[in-house]
Design a protein around this ligand. Structure first.
Ligand code: SF4
Length: 492
């Protein structure tokens, strides 16, 4: 239903975990050698739901042919017992999606399954290719016909070059041509391939369940099926799994710098997951402790913006000695879309998602710990709601630095102009929010909370893009705010 419906209702998008305008990218899962492959993939996707709520899909193979099912919506709405029963086979890949390239429709849902000259191949991809448009134009000029508008399909078309002798050679050749972020799983009838780009932007794990190998964006998918996490697939590593076992191949890179997305720790990944060598909750709690040291505050209670602010708020409370309370309750049952009343309840989008606990907030000086601020509209409404609920003072503390640059590697930030910290000083933002104080974690402070700070991307805070802009699509270059031909990775 859209805003022109004859019933006079409006549909609003409602499930962003963090601040306004910031949305999930994708989650991938793969399994090879298990009789219940489709069911375990379903469980894996269920655990990865937070990485994409727009569509879900599974492709399964019995070693001879593939079957697939994809649908719009949450994993539990897309699949049922009968469907999973019909997806028979001992190897499978799955995907949950939020679109950052390609529009939101079933055609673009993944895994993408095609039958090409070497047989069936399916691919599921998390990340964003920054030279996809250029490659697509080149491929189309040579006669390629695309089924989707996603960047992921480009990898399959690159693999199909007649001079490449087999699937593995095709994958390696294709990955040598794409730039940007990819943690992907690719399946043929006799092979599962898992690959992570040389910068390692997005997480990707390898594990074992029974005699089967499993691959997942995050370890939380392993926990649900009692799989044993073996190790992270390394930046620039391609893992090839067949009935004969597992092999690892290294990708060559023009840009050897490892640049894992630290925003996965700040916001995206689940707190019970281990990514980039550390547990997300533990790292978030360190962010909160460091934030309390850098931005101390006289207050009565610390409250998180749930859920992604929970761990950092706990850290802030431990470090500051200010008691932790639950002053904001999140409604977990809000679906992908929500019918908005035509006669406006003001700030409906925020109110439907969060409730404010008057009994906790009344007369209190409150420190509110949130993970990030993007456009600022939601934070403003939240401060107002906290005051209406009786808070005497509202102090915002943000567990990462101010976002001034968009992401080119799979996180759907708005343009530079729309990022509030790109246009206003902290004091101007404080006044706009009408809060008593605002304080961000510093970049140095954030990096001091992870074990290998030099191995992280920080481009959305300091404009230091790890991949040179040469050969980057016009779309990405314009979004970031540089000319596509500019060399070097620094954006001022
Ligand atoms: S720009 Fe920011 S969100 Fe994007 S990969 Fe780098 S750290 Fe992550």
């Amino acid at each position: 239903m859209d805003s022109t419906s004859r019933y006079g209702t409006q549909t609003v998008e409602s499930v962003n975990h963090a601040e306004d305008g910031l949305k999930d990218k994708c989650g991938v899962f793969g399994i090879f050698g298990h009789t219940q492959a489709s069911y375990l993939t379903y469980l894996g996707l269920y655990a990865l739901q937070h990485r994409g709520e727009e569509s879900a899909g599974i492709v399964v193979s019995d070693g001879r042919r593939m079957a697939s099912h994809r649908g719009m919506g949450h994993v539990q709405d897309v699949f049922d017992g009968n469907l999973l029963e019909s997806l028979a086979g001992d190897r499978a890949i799955g995907h949950v999606r939020y679109s950052t390239t390609g529009s939101s429709n079933l055609k673009n849902a993944q895994p993408i399954l095609v039958d090409y000259s070497r047989g069936e191949v399916a691919i599921a991809h998390n990340g964003n290719l920054v030279n996809a448009d250029l490659l697509r134009a080149e491929l189309e000029a040579y006669g390629s016909i695309f089924q989707t508008t996603t960047d992921s399909e480009i990898i399959i078309h690159l693999m199909a070059k007649p001079s490449l002798r087999n699937v593995e050679e095709g994958v390696l050749d294709a990955l040598s041509r794409v730039k940007g972020a990819y943690s992907l799983v690719l399946m043929t009838n006799n092979m599962l391939i898992a690959a992570r780009d040389p910068q390692g932007f997005r997480p990707l794990w390898l594990g074992r369940v029974g005699g089967a190998y499993v691959v997942s964006s995050e370890t939380c998918a392993f926990d649900i099926m009692e799989a044993e996490p073996l190790r992270e697939i390394e930046p620039g590593e391609v893992v090839v799994i067949t009935s004969a076992g597992l092999r690892s191949v290294r990708l060559e890179s023009e840009t050897p710098r490892v640049a894992q997305c630290i925003f996965e720790h700040v916001y995206f990944s689940r707190p019970d997951s281990i990514i980039f060598g550390e547990n997300v909750h533990v790292v978030r709690q360190r962010f909160g402790r460091q934030l309390a040291k850098e931005q101390p505050c006289e207050a009565d209670i610390v409250i998180p913006v749930p859920d992604s602010g929970n761990s950092a708020a706990a850290g802030f409370s431990i470090e500051s000695g200010i008691p932790l309370e639950s002053g904001i309750i999140r409604n977990h049952y809000v679906g992908r879309t929500f019918i908005q009343p035509s006669q406006g309840i003001r700030d409906f989008k925020v109110r439907v998602k969060f409730n404010f606990v008057k009994e906790v907030l009344k007369g209190k000086r409150v420190v509110v710990v949130d993970d990030s601020i993007v456009r600022g509209t939601t934070s403003r409404v939240r401060v107002k709601s906290l005051r209406q609920a009786g808070a005497k003072e509202v102090h915002l503390r943000i567990s990462c630095p101010p976002h001034r640059f968009p992401c080119a590697y799979g996180i759907d930030f708005p343009t530079r102009e729309e990022l509030i910290a790109n246009r206003y000083t902290s004091e101007e933002i404080r006044k706009y929010f009408d809060c008593d104080s605002i304080g961000y974690l510093s970049l140095e402070g954030m990096l001091s909370c992870v074990r290998t700070p030099k191995d992280f991307c920080t481009a959305c805070w300091n404009g230091d893009y790890p991949i040179p802009f040469e050969g980057v699509d016009k779309y990405h270059a314009e979004k970031i705010g540089v000319r596509a031909t500019t060399s070097g990775g620094k954006c001022s």
